[in-house]
Design a protein around this ligand. Structure first.
Ligand SMILES: [Zn+2]
Length: 488
């Protein structure tokens, strides 16, 4: 991932909330992974060699993606993936393998989505429903209208004009100066504003909402709508790829009405469900009560098969277990592997874990998360923890020749280390080359194993294994504490 935007302190990676697109990076061709001439006769060297020569990480990504498929939290396929992950952990020598449940809310299942113009060129085009939004009542027909209001005040201008209409809510041609940032000071006020706008649209009788996909070249996109909380207002909503969306904009700018038939088929479970985190350990030989956590989220979006988001990170963590088993190395502290769920709906699994284990957070040496696709690891974001730099530099030192050198103070809020970080635990996300992630596979129908680069992912497994190993065995503890940071 390019590190050329130091001002961008907070990046949302996977858990794009309320239709906000994450920070996007230009597509980067993969850099060649450095090749080591030899491996030192150290535990780190043995782990590097073992993973380079015998890694099974790509095979596990393919199993998760091709055999199990998309793994929406609350879904039956995610439960199958979790059963598989527990069996794999046991096979790979982990102890205390178990699941930890938390309350999730209603499950949601994608149905068949379709759109067809009833006027103009009559085109059928791709639409992807935002998860946890209500279905249309069968195919609905309505006139399309551009509603590019950015707040409730601007929305009032459309009063009386929205009944039965299908709304275009993105306007990439908007030349107005940006609104003052008062509504975006924090997530709670942003969500309150969004809810008030949705309630206005419902009161006005709007039929459905369309937004433009953040991905180019015909790619769809999905995120969560607000309907996981039955108390929150929600409209049938979908993303439209950029080309047909811009066609609709040109058509509505003309004088003839644009009419569309739209069908969004998602459905909610009858009752709330529980979600689960999968946990397994290698007990420490000298300080078993001190823990290094490595993790990735096993849940995914459902347009593709969740290969790079995040079968890759989950499989990297399993590869670390495999490499320890194969080398016979036993850490002094306890290694705990956690495969989270509910990440895509707002880091729900890691939040639940931190809440449930509040009393034990002091015992955590560090948390490492791998969740940015296939690209090679360059280092770890330090989350403004300058006091962790020296020990983290020591932890990644055996990896410097593999390109793992970066320890910027950047704060990354978009994946499962973040709830630990906010609770004062040294917790870091791996910095990875973006490869096809933000312009391609991330949340789109392109997320298949074809876009996994084996050399890159194997280097990522080496980076996670060795960094974890060094943190498991070093004499010192990383300092804890909540770090003051600028408001978002
Ligand atoms: Zn992810």
């Amino acid at each position: 991932m390019p590190r050329s935007a130091p001002a961008l302190l907070s990046m949302v990676l996977c858990a794009a909330l309320q239709g906000q697109n994450p920070a996007r990076q230009a597509t980067t061709p993969p850099s060649p992974v450095p090749v080591l001439a030899s491996y030192p006769d150290t535990p780190a060297g043995r782990l590097l060699k073992e993973i380079k020569e015998h890694a099974e990480v790509v095979a596990r990504v393919e199993y998760l993606a091709d055999q199990i498929g998309p793994r929406l939290t609350g879904s039956e396929p995610l439960r199958r993936a979790q059963a598989w992950a527990m069996a794999e952990m046991k096979k790979l020598g982990a102890e205390n393998v178990h699941e930890e449940a938390y309350d999730f809310g209603l499950a949601w299942t994608r149905g068949v989505d379709s759109a067809r113009l009833l006027t103009h060129n009559g085109l059928h085009f791709r639409v992807d429903q935002l998860a946890w939004t209500p279905a249309t009542k069968g195919p609905i027909q309505g006139e399309v209208i551009l509603v590019d209001a950015r707040n409730l005040e601007e929305l009032q201008a459309f009063k009386g004009r929205l009944r039965g209409r299908i709304l275009l809510r993105s306007n990439p041609n908007d030349k107005r100066p940006p609104l003052p940032r008062r509504d975006r000071g924090d997530m709670a006020s942003f969500q309150a504003q969004q809810a008030a706008m949705t309630q206005f649209l419902l009161d006005e009788g709007a039929a459905a909402v369309l937004q433009m996909s953040g991905r180019k070249n015909g790619l769809g996109f999905t995120t969560s709508g607000p309907g996981r909380d039955p108390g929150k207002p929600a409209l049938p909503s979908a993303y439209v790829p950029q080309e047909p969306y811009k066609m609709l904009l040109r058509q509505v700018a003309g004088k003839d009405p644009v009419r569309l038939e739209l069908s969004l088929g998602g459905s909610f479970s009858a009752k709330p469900v529980q979600a689960h985190n999968v946990v397994g350990e290698i007990r420490g030989t000298e300080k078993p009560n001190e823990v290094v956590i490595i993790g990735g989220h096993l849940d995914s979006w459902d347009l593709g098969t969740g290969a790079t988001d995040n079968a890759t990170g989950s499989s990297v963590c399993l590869e670390v277990l495999r490499a320890l088993q194969a080398t016979g190395l036993k850490p002094k502290r306890t290694l705990r592997v956690i495969l989270w769920s509910g990440e895509e709906e707002g880091l729900l699994g890691s939040r639940a874990y931190v809440e449930a284990h509040k009393a034990e957070l002091d015992a955590i040496q560090a948390v490492l998360v791998h969740d940015m696709g296939t690209g090679m690891v360059r280092g770890f974001d330090l989350q403004a923890r300058e006091n962790a730099r020296a020990l983290m530099a020591q932890a990644i030192a055996p990896l410097n020749d593999l390109g793992v050198r970066e320890l910027p103070l950047t704060i990354m809020n978009g994946t499962d280390h973040a709830p630990f970080d906010r609770a004062g635990v040294p917790a870091f996300a791996a910095i990875q080359d973006a490869v096809d992630y933000f312009e391609g596979t991330h949340h789109s129908q392109m997320d298949f194993p074809d876009h996994v680069q084996p050399d890159q992912l194997v280097q990522g497994a080496q980076a996670m294994a060795v960094t974890a190993w060094e943190l498991l065995n070093m004499a010192d503890r990383l300092p804890h504490g909540v770090v003051a940071r600028p408001a978002r």
